[in-house]
Design a protein around this ligand. Structure first.
Ligand SMILES: [Zn+2]
Length: 160
């Protein structure tokens, strides 16, 4: 994927959830659909944001995020039912940079979008998006967040 379209409203919902969970890590899934990019690549439009519970051990919630397999399966069903795809997930890095950790790298899948939000002293300060490259490292990809670009992409002819 080359670009991600996320509305300002959705971004604020993500920020709000992650700020509320501070100083623990929090996360959610991203449902969306693919559209043809401006050039040859594929862009992604995020349609829905679904917060999920962090089920890692109590002492580890500040530094890692574990999702129940049932949540994962439920989300896939929900995506199928609404004609969307499970595009990726987002999670917070409390008082740490929005850069994938070693743990993130070990637990990443290809063709899946990862949004990381730095939450410093309870405030979301930075949002970055990544996908796993063929080389096994995370590559930064661009998230476009604005009302105008959102309106523009939603007006394009595309199929869900
Ligand atoms: Zn992380």
């Amino acid at each position: 994927m080359s670009r991600i379209y996320l509305s300002e409203f959705q971004k604020q919902r993500i920020f709000h959830q992650l700020e509320q969970a501070y100083p623990e890590e929090a996360a959610g899934f991203l449902l969306g659909h693919m559209v043809a990019g401006y050039i040859a690549a594929v862009d992604v439009v995020i349609d829905e944001i679904v917060p999920v519970d962090n089920v890692s051990d109590a002492g580890e919630k500040r530094r890692r995020f574990v999702v129940k397999p049932q949540d994962w399966m439920r989300l896939e069903d929900q995506a199928d039912a609404s004609g969307l795809q499970l595009i990726g997930c987002y999670h917070s890095h409390p008082d740490a940079a929005a850069i994938p950790s070693a743990f993130d790298l070990e637990h990443s899948y290809p063709n899946f979008l990862y949004i990381i939000v730095a939450v410093n002293e309870g405030r979301a300060t930075d949002m970055r998006s990544y996908e796993l490259s063929r080389k096994g490292s995370h590559e930064h990809i661009t998230a476009v967040v604005s009302a105008e670009s959102w309106q523009e992409i939603m007006s394009w002819p595309h199929t869900k």
